[in-house]
Design a protein around this ligand. Sequence first.
Ligand code: NAP
Ligand code: MG
Length: 396
Amino acid sequence: MTKIKMTTPLVELDGDEMTRILWQKIKEILILPYVDLKTEYYDLGLPERERTGDKVTSDAAYAIKKYGVGVKCATITPNAQRVEEYKLSKMWKSPNGTVRSILDGTVFRAPVLVDGIKPLVSNWTKPITIARHAYGDVYAGVEAYVPEGGKVYMELPSGEKKLIKEMPSAGVIQGMHNLDASIAGFARSCFNYALSTKQDLWFATKDTISKIYDHRFKDIFAEIYEAEYASEFEKAGIEYFYTLIDDAVARVMRSKGGFIWACKNYDGDVMSDMLATAFGSLAMMTSVLVSPDGKYEYEAAHGTVTRHYYKHLKGEETSTNSVATIFAWTGALAKRGELDHNDALVEFARKLEKATTDTIESGVMTKDLVGLFDKEGVTARGVNSVDFLKAIAERL
Ligand code: NAP
Ligand code: MG
């Protein structure tokens, strides 16, 4: 069989623990036999981050900036225990945080749906993608406890002092901010992603109550949409609409799915956990970082699955779900193919996605899904990590 050729390299970011093991196996069993894979490889495994003083992480992010598309394996974000375990010279920062700060993007998370694993909300028949603004608001807030009460002000650069509250007794205060430039970047990432996936875009805030802060988000989205995207949306047959967050929540519950829900930082944090749970499993949730200038980094939403890795090290069999990591690869290959007008590559990526969901629908799956699976006439069978990949390969 002739392998599919690639013209531009994909930026490959390897990672840690169980997902690093799966990464290798996915390439070996599902990609390399079919694609003449061209990647620019960066090892973001913790030992290599330590060896390079974490330079490898920023190098990888700049490579994504250069080539446009990357695929990332889950990585350890070190804490005190990891510093000890890996004998680190420093508690290196979260690689995702580093990449995000260089690409300045928005994270989109979408579940992989399969027949047999039903969302808890029965009318959701298509995936709902959450787009979370990952800058500012309460995450960069300044807070204080005011034990005696008293007058609390906000002082502006103009010198104006605004009274927040004359507190009659003890209480708490909080100050937070966002930046026009960050909100605009968030808006463009959302509009670009809606166009690239041909889905409607919903955006909601609490602008009725927050007449300056949240209203600014609403206005920036509206201005950018009218000036830069309205005609493209019309051509693509998709819609952008803004509504109050309360109304959005009610509509999401009643919807069939199949759209992107853009959320402010806190809303996105909370709502993405609700959606992941309602759609079934974190191991079936994909994630892509999209920068305002249209660069893409695909990954799984889960971590390095440490507990399974220790079993693997002891020589025990694991049944770790590779679906989200496979879909990170297919998302990246399809995007690379689309940008390079490489139809064969796009087609292969779609075929691999279908082979993956078909495998589960036929009853072959990793053990985490067995308890969730319910399909008439099909009995769920839990297999080990590698046998699952081999079962998918049989359908390619
Ligand atoms: P995790 O790796 O997502 O795993 C938590 C638990 O969820 C696992 O122990 C497992 O449950 C289940 N699980 C997650 N993914 C699974 C899969 N693919 N197949 C089967 N079961 C799966 O989260 P964590 O244990 O909190 O974090 C481990 C490491 O990952 C940490 O060092 C953290 O820094 C890192 N992390 C990285 C990223 C990223 O790179 N994007 C994201 C989150 C966490 P059972 O043990 O019950 O089977
Ligand atoms: Mg959360």
